[in-house]
Design a protein around this ligand. Structure first.
Ligand code: AHR
Length: 495
């Protein structure tokens, strides 16, 4: 069959919030320590303790927002342990992630510095599970109060005179699980209470995010929206793509069959159903769509690499991860009326990471390149698309061969991203551009591979990397493209 896509460059569907391209860095395994923070007394090149190679690579991505310090760690984190002279900071046990010593050398000041270096908004997740209202309230006072107060004075004593700007604040994490094993009714009340004391000081305005459901727990969304919807700006949702079973074996990041490829794709595409159903519930309580759905944890979750600490969640990253990332972005774009932010888990060395490090070496993963290629969609206008695409049938699985998204940026340039999910076959697609006139200039970039588990290593860090895309023919307003198997292609259309 012929695959056709009509891109209506004159029908705008909404704005793609750049925060959809957000990230998440937890005190977990080697994400913060080694991956980002190396301290000031090492031979690895750094700026004030933050490693420069990783920083430079992340700066390239235009990261809009970074979530920290967890995750499950957030509901065990006591922020006062992480300020003041580093050598005197409390050494605690990271009970959730590997039982290792957490020396608290990376705390509030270091995180805010990282955000300044990245030019991104900080998104801090507070502790509801094991922390007090006072502790949470004082943290916000410490960070954002400009004037004379016990916490602001303390901040100044610790070297920071000006308050920080802090917009995004999470009131707990996974409070149905590691964040306190609460029932939604109980958490909804706690949320109302804790958020009351999350104050707006001076000009600073908090965007408060409530801990949302686990995957398809629609009852959680219903109760939260009904009982606390009026007190929140965002509600989080967590969903990971796990080809196997979370407890019995998630599957390997590198050694997987073609069947597992398609299972992974199918599971990634499930994100669409989840967002649709949670949004439908939210619509009943918030028809104006004031409250954002915040997908503040998403990505692939495989078994850890053999021989690594099971509590560190270190996994390799292949072209499969890249395709999955692109599929997610296409879904998030389509839901841009409700999805205001998404944060991939996690930035470095943990789960579906952008970057892997080993000592002083680092590499960019295939997923990194998707974030780099797709940054052109940040804050762009989503365009309406109609498509007729072949379906892949594989046992019980039925998924489209190709997914697509198109946007127009502030200068009028259109970008079309296309994913060929098929692992074996290239696919021919005819793109019709409606509402565009004049001579078109077209260029493209592609990320692809010849084997399904292609990945980058410290010896071959460029194995999977973007290349110029030339397999297209432009005639008037029609583009004929040949998408390679397992590929992500971005077309740039200038009129
Ligand atoms: O990202 C790893 C963990 O997954 C997070 O700490 C937790 O919130 C989720 O279950």
């Amino acid at each position: 069959m012929k695959n056709t896509i009509v891109i209506n460059t004159d029908i705008e569907k909404g704005k793609i919030n750049r925060n959809i391209y957000g990230h998440f860095a937890e005190h977990l395994g080697r994400c913060i320590y080694e991956g980002i923070w190396v301290g000031e007394d090492v031979n690895i090149s750094h700026t004030k303790g933050i490693r420069n190679d990783v920083l430079n690579a992340l700066q390239q991505l235009n990261i809009p927002v970074l979530r920290w310090p967890g995750g499950c760690f957030a509901d065990e984190y006591h922020w006062k342990d992480g300020i003041g002279t580093r050598e005197e900071r409390k050494r605690i046990v990271n009970t959730h992630w590997g039982g290792v010593v957490e020396n608290n050398h990376f705390g509030t000041h270091e995180f805010m510095l990282l955000c300044e270096f990245l030019g991104c908004e900080p998104y801090i997740c507070g502790n509801v599970g094991s922390g007090t209202v006072q502790e949470m309230s004082e943290w916000i006072e410490y960070m954002t109060f400009d004037g004379e107060s016990p916490m602001a004075n303390w901040r100044k004593e610790n070297g920071r005179t000006e308050p920080w700007h802090l917009k995004y604040f999470g009131v707990g994490n996974e409070n149905w699980g590691c964040g306190g094993h609460m029932r939604p009714e109980y958490y909804a009340d706690l949320y109302r209470r804790y958020q009351t004391y999350a104050r707006n000081y001076g000009e600073n305005r908090l965007y408060k995010i409530a801990g949302g459901p686990n995957v398809d727990d629609y009852n959680w969304t219903e109760i939260l929206m009904k009982q606390a919807g009026a007190f929140m700006d965002g509600l989080s949702l967590h969903y990971y793509t796990i080809p196997g079973d979370f407890w019995k074996g998630k599957g390997s990041a590198l050694n997987f069959t073609e069947d597992e490829w398609f299972i992974s794709m199918n599971k990634a595409l499930y994100m669409d159903e989840l967002i649709t159903k949670h949004s439908t519930i939210m619509d009943q309580y918030d028809p104006e769509k004031r409250v954002g759905l915040i997908i503040d944890e998403w990505g692939t979750w495989f078994d850890v690499e053999p021989g690594t600490n099971p509590g560190f969640l270190y996994q390799q990253n292949t072209i499969r991860d890249a395709v999955i990332a692109a599929l997610h972005f296409h879904i998030f774009h389509e839901h841009c009326d409700r999805v205001q932010m998404a944060n991939i888990a996690q930035t470095v060395n943990v789960l579906q990471a952008m970057i892997l490090t080993e000592g002083d070496k680092m590499l960019k993963t295939p997923t990194y390149h998707v974030f780099d290629l797709f940054k052109v969609h940040q804050d762009a206008t989503l365009l309406a698309i109609e498509s007729d695409i072949e379906i892949i049938k594989r046992g019980e699985i039925e998924i489209p061969k190709v997914t697509v998204s198109a946007s127009k940026d502030a200068s009028g340039i259109c970008h079309v991203s296309l994913v060929n999910i098929d692992v074996e076959n290239s696919v021919n697609v005819e793109l019709f551009l409606q509402g565009i006139e004049g001579n078109l200039e077209l260029s493209g970039t592609v990320l692809t591979a010849t084997v399904q588990n292609a990945h980058n290593t410290f010896d071959q860090p460029e194995n999977v990397s973007p290349a110029e895309f030339r397999q297209f023919q432009l005639e008037n307003d029609t583009i004929d493209v040949q998408l390679p198997p397992m590929s992500i292609t971005i077309l740039k259309i200038n009129s």
